[in-house]
Design a protein around this ligand. Structure first.
Ligand code: ADP
Length: 570
């Protein structure tokens, strides 16, 4: 009867799930437990796909990468206290990468806070350094607005992490359906992505004049441009002006690596000699040597395009354009259209870069054509490169982490499509791989995901291979197994003294670890590859099967350098 219907109540868990579904959340990552299990089951009942992880850290990495790949806030759920603490790794890494991610955590009962309640923690204080915005609901009626606000803030301005705290008592509090419907209707919070452009036509003219007058112009772009989906605008600018370009590691693929204006193989020359640089969606941080000498020339003029005004104020470029990358590039393209200019192939700068690229490509090819067994890093990487290229379009999404594995992979693997590379990122975070794989597979159904991981990077979250099997995701994890961090025990025996001298080195793992068996334990496919023939054959079999697989590639422990190319910091 009508009165029965009117009496229906819903609790906080159900209301959160309803608001998430209402605001268009399609996927959630996380680990369930007290007090949020019913939030997850409610969300599933409303059509949200919940990907359940083993560790909140990986779930957080996944949610952030999902945010990057889809431009929607990536949402993940954790339990209280320790669950929230594990999740902070993912939340913080997302903020560091400027990716939109929302962590939702249960927390202890408000009445028992301070008395040593189960999993008690001041979670708002704990997340503070790592988020753009956080909210704690103290009462069920606050839920709709708080959920909408965290989702919205994550994608507003510079994307980043946001946090929502849900105390147990609020999750158990009940309200009548009519009241739930009313607060939901009242809670509107507009979802505004990025910012509206703040650039004037005068600034656009200035930028174009700088590029036009430059003798040695360069265009650098990063994962902010990828997030902005600026690939078409970038390609147009590069091709109409003939200006060489340099992607950052995750910018790779926005314009194909194989493009004739790609300066990647002449990176030192390009950044060392350019006089005007248009930097789009990339920070002048350590990855770009802070934009300072000696890597860059002292009088280089930077034109920065970034959604974040603070970023531009921090770097003090010659010219700053605050706005969305695609938007600003379109304005620049429009300005150029009326009075076009193009460097042309015989321009001395373009020629110098192209000559250097050719020289370095020849050197790299010489290195790649040597077949080294036991494997160094190059021989298997070349085979993997060819297998990925043979997949054609849509290109597989590549996930990469490790020291040498990631460095060599960045140089050898070819990215020809946007947002096809996920790696250790701004923080150089190891352990992101499996979470990123799961996010990529979930965000782009049907697309092949290939991870090329060092064994130590893999180890951080190796248990998530079970998650791959459980959801039957088309992810092939290739582990470069060299027996430890940088390649196991590399100590000089004379320097090993003291009572624990017989312990394994801090850098070493069990030699010959059977990582492929770990996958088999869950019913996935495990392979071991020690020779080029074996590797080619297992890549071909696993790529066409498109089922979860781990390929254990045995690498010579003495191949590769300690700390990869970061030796000077270790
Ligand atoms: P990379 O690691 O590729 O160099 P960074 O993460 O350092 O890239 O820089 C990305 C930059 O892009 C950040 O400063 C961020 O504020 C900016 N950004 C994010 N979204 C947009 C957008 N839509 N338009 C322009 N810039 C953006």
């Amino acid at each position: 009867t009508l009165s029965l219907c009117d009496d229906t109540q819903i609790d906080g868990n159900a209301l959160v799930a309803r608001v998430l579904a209402f605001s268009g959340v399609r996927h959630m990552f996380g680990v369930v437990g007290i007090p949020v299990t019913s939030l997850a089951t409610r969300a599933v009942a409303l059509g949200i796909r919940f990907i359940a992880f083993h560790n909140e850290q990986s779930a957080g990495y996944a949610a952030s990468a999902y945010g990057y790949l889809t431009s929607q806030p990536g949402v993940f759920l954790t339990v209280s206290g320790p669950g929230c603490i594990h999740g902070i790794a993912g939340l913080a890494n997302g903020t560091a990468n400027a990716w939109p991610v929302v962590m939702i955590s249960g927390s202890c009962d408000q009445r028992d806070f301070g008395k040593g309640d189960f999993q008690e923690l001041d979670q708002i204080a704990a997340v503070k350094p790592f988020v753009k915005f956080s909210a704690k609901v103290t009462e069920i009626l606050q839920i709709p607005r708080a959920v909408l606000e965290v989702l919205s803030r994550a994608v507003e301005g510079r994307p980043g992490g946001c946090y929502l705290d849900l105390p147990t008592d609020v999750l158990h509090q009940k309200i009548y359906e009519v009241d739930a419907a009313r607060v939901l209707a009242e809670a509107e919070y507009p979802l505004v992505r990025g910012i509206s452009s703040q650039v004037s036509s005068w600034d656009i003219e200035k930028a174009v004049t700088l590029l036009r007058k430059a003798e040695r112009p360069l265009i650098v772009f990063g994962k902010g441009a990828a997030y902005a989906r600026a690939e078409n605008s970038l390609k147009k600018l590069i091709e109409t002006t003939g200006i060489p370009f340099l992607p950052t590691p995750m910018g790779k693929g926005l314009v194909p690596d194989t493009h004739e204006l790609a300066a990647t193989a002449a990176r030192s020359l390009a950044i060392g000699r350019c006089d005007v640089v248009l930097v789009v969606g990339a920070r002048l941080n350590w990855l770009l040597h802070f934009g300072e000498p000696p890597k860059w020339s002292a009088d280089v003029k930077f034109i920065l395009v970034d959604v974040s005004k603070e970023e531009i104020e921090l770097r003090k470029p010659h010219l700053g354009l605050v706005g969305d990358a695609a938007n600003v590039l379109d304005l620049i393209n429009k300005e150029i259209k009326d009075n076009p200019f193009c460097l042309g192939k015989s321009n001395p700068w373009v020629e110098a870069i192209s000559k250097k690229v050719k020289e370095n490509v020849v050197k790299m090819d010489a290195q790649l054509s040597k077949v080294v067994v036991p494997f160094n890093f190059f021989t298997p990487m070349r085979i993997i490169r060819d297998a990925i290229l043979a997949e054609g379009s849509p290109a597989p999404i590549l996930v990469s982490e490790g020291a040498n594995t990631m460095d060599v992979g960045r140089a050898v693997l070819v990215q020809n499509e946007p947002r096809t590379r996920l790696d250790a990122g701004t923080w150089g975070t190891m352990g992101v791989g499996l979470g990123y794989c799961i996010a990529a597979a979930v965000a782009s159904p049907g697309r092949l995901v290939v991870a090329v991981e060092g064994d130590s990077g893999f180890g951080f979250s190796a248990m998530e291979v079970e998650t791959l099997v459980r959801y039957q995701l088309p992810v092939i994890v290739i582990v470069f197994n060299n027996g430890g961090v940088y390649g196991g025990d590399r100590r000089n025996p004379d320097e090993i003294t003291g009572p624990h001298k017989d312990d394994p080195a801090p850098t070493s793992f069990v030699p010959g670890a059977a990582y492929h068996s770990l996958m088999e334990a869950f019913g996935g496919k495990g392979y071991i590859a020690e020779t080029p023939e074996e590797l080619k054959s297992v890549l071909s079999e696993s790529f066409s099967a498109r089922k979860p697989a781990v390929i254990n590639v045995i690498i010579d422990p003495y191949a590769g350098a300690e700390s990869g190319r970061m030796q000077h910091k270790n």
